[in-house]
Design a protein around this ligand. Structure first.
Ligand code: LLP
Length: 421
């Protein structure tokens, strides 16, 4: 499943002992396995090989240039949601014809940049957005494919914050709105309304909700043909769940087995937009124990990574396994329950609560597992903490793919006004 393993009580990433990298680069540190990243991309590709979909890696999960470049070289396309992601991915030579642009709030500037770049399509989320894309295309004299994001109103049975395809969510459009746009296709002469998009949420463990969403989209596609609109593309989104703890998510093969019967024979070209499935298990966050303390009978392990580095536990109550990087057999049988907390001044700043770990001491290195997706990309400078470094491991080679931020970086864009000098 991933290429992090214990060898003689030491955690290794591929052919590199993790402690060696932490010693050289310092902590907190994101460490990624190139092999694991590519394995997951290829697993999905293999599962769907009978229909050769366009797999657009969802950059919001991890937009590190080196990782994106590795996926681009393997043939992946990209799902971008901002002008920033678009700039980053074009900058590393990704093929614009494999880029899809989602987001409920694309600005005119972002739309223009994407049209000029010649992206494959926008995933449009409102009538007004479609009108704006039309206006931009008319002004630029360009033709552009737009696919309409349907909100199919299905429950993906995941965390409320990452549910996106039910009626309470801001995402997509209801069936009636999508169909009304398709009927009025003539009002958008510079757009090719060539497809539909459904993405119902993230960390989804079962195939059923995916099937429900796809079925609804296919019904709309059928009706659209009746108004003479040719729907050629179907983007079935991302959302595949991964193992963080004891989850038993569907494998890529099981997912494909469940949805392929719906897709085959439709003549539609399929787009997938996975983020977490590809990169989630490929990365870990390394942190060092600074202090241990007992307070009111509770044990705290205070570490040098906080909620600014990995916000998932604080924001979603997410579980990430924590593994000591060097495990001393003689003391490993005893377990202490720790709250593993960061240095940030918030009680919500924790990486784990009440977690059974071997007795820790200051200086011990801990690996927070499965932190490759929505780890670094959601990190911030809260408490004026420089963001972590990122390292990519491939076989015996490890290399820094993002420098740790410096204190200079923290103040780079700030100015003291003249009246305060
Ligand atoms: N496509 C669209 C339109 C999306 O909104 C997302 C994720 C994806 C694709 C990729 O989903 P994935 O395959 O990674 O599940 N920060 C949260 C996850 C937010 C997901 C946002 N949208 C977390 O850390 O769990």
């Amino acid at each position: 499943m991933h290429r992090f393993s214990l060898r003689k009580d030491h955690l290794w990433c591929e052919q590199v002992p993790v402690s060696k990298v932490a010693g050289a680069v310092g902590t907190p540190l994101y460490l990624y396995s190139y092999g694991t990243l590519l394995d997951h991309y290829k697993k999905l590709q293999a599962a769907f090989k009978s229909i050769k979909p366009l797999i657009c890696f969802s950059m919001k999960a991890n937009s590190n240039l080196a990782l994106c470049r590795a996926l681009a070289k393997a043939g992946a396309g990209f799902d971008v949601v901002s002008g920033g992601e678009l700039r980053k991915i074009l900058g590393i030579g990704a093929d614009p014809k494999k880029i899809v642009f989602a987001s409920v709030g694309k600005t005119e500037g972002e739309i223009e940049a994407a049209v000029r770049a010649g992206i494959l399509c926008f995933n449009a989320e409102s009538v007004q957005e479609v009108q704006r894309i039309q206006a931009v295309c008319q002004r630029l004299g360009r033709r552009q494919m737009v696919i309409l994001r349907l909100n199919p109103d299905v429950d993906p049975h995941t965390h409320a914050f990452i549910t996106t395809g039910s009626r309470a969510n801001k995402f997509g459009m209801d069936v009636r709105t999508v169909e009304s746009i398709l009927r009025r296709a003539a009002e958008f002469p510079d757009l090719e309304l060539g497809g539909l998009h459904v993405h119902i949420g993230s960390q989804i463990l079962k195939a059923k909700p995916f099937k429900e969403g796809i079925t609804k989209a296919l019904q709309v596609a059928d009706r659209a043909r009746r108004y003479g609109v040719s729907i050629r593309w179907l983007n079935i989104g991302g959302g595949l769940g991964i193992v963080y703890r004891r989850e038993t998510p569907q494998t890529a093969a099981a997912y494909a087995k469940a949805v392929l019967p719906l897709l085959k024979g439709t003549g539609l070209r399929i787009i997938l937009e996975p983020g977490r499935f590809i990169v989630g298990n490929s990365g870990i966050l390394l942190t060092k124990v600074l202090y241990l303390k007992e307070s009111h009978g509770k044990q705290f392990a205070i570490v040098d990574a906080g909620m600014n580095d990995l916000i998932r536990p604080s924001l979603y109550g997410a579980y990430h396994e924590i593994v000591p990087v060097i495990q001393n057999q003689s003391r490993s049988r005893r377990r202490v329950r720790y709250d593993v907390v960061g240095p940030v001044c918030e009680s919500g700043d924790f990486l784990a609560k009440d977690r059974a770990l071997p007795p820790l001491k200051p200086g011990d290195l801990l690996a927070v597992m499965s932190a490759g997706a929505y780890g670094f990309t959601m990190s911030s400078n809260y408490n004026s903490r420089p963001r972590a470094a990122e390292v990519l491991v491939k076989g015996k080679i490890w290399t820094i793919v993002r420098k740790r931020e410096s204190y200079q970086d923290l103040v780079r864009n700030e100015r003291i006004p003249a009246f305060l000098r």
